[in-house]
Design a protein around this ligand. Sequence first.
Ligand code: FEO
Length: 171
Amino acid sequence: MVNEKIQKALNDQIQAELHSSYLYLSMCAYFESLSLEGCGHWMKIQAQEELMHGLKIYDYMILSGSRVLLQPVEGPATTWDTPLAAFEAALKHEQYMTKRCNELASLAIAEKDHATNNMMQWFVTEQVEEEANVESIVSKLKLMGKDGPGLYMMDRELASRAAPTVAPAAE
Ligand code: FEO
């Protein structure tokens, strides 16, 4: 049985994951407005992944007999100064999400909730990849310069990102 303190933290994390999804969908819309469809595609896939993260916690809560209480999702930023600034904001956001996941895992350990800790370890590992992916894009954009052929090439590269697969609660 998941205790009340952890149930609250998990409900807060569902909200944070859904907000992440909303933020990346907003970045998708920003890129689409610039006709950078590849960057938009990458962000739309990212938005889908974040929704799946929220659902993974949702499913775990249901499976463990916890009460899911959905909370309002704050509106995201809608524009950025440059494509690079949007990806830098995405990186900063992922660093924030990593901190949240680590804190939730630490709370589960402190509460001796091994099942929740085990579930959160999936997120801790996932965050390493998430940060690395965005960091790589930021580095390449910086190398290429902020406009022209470099950005066009990056847009084409990001268009090939594959759709996410469903990650069940038990995985
Ligand atoms: Fe689910 Fe990228 O944080």
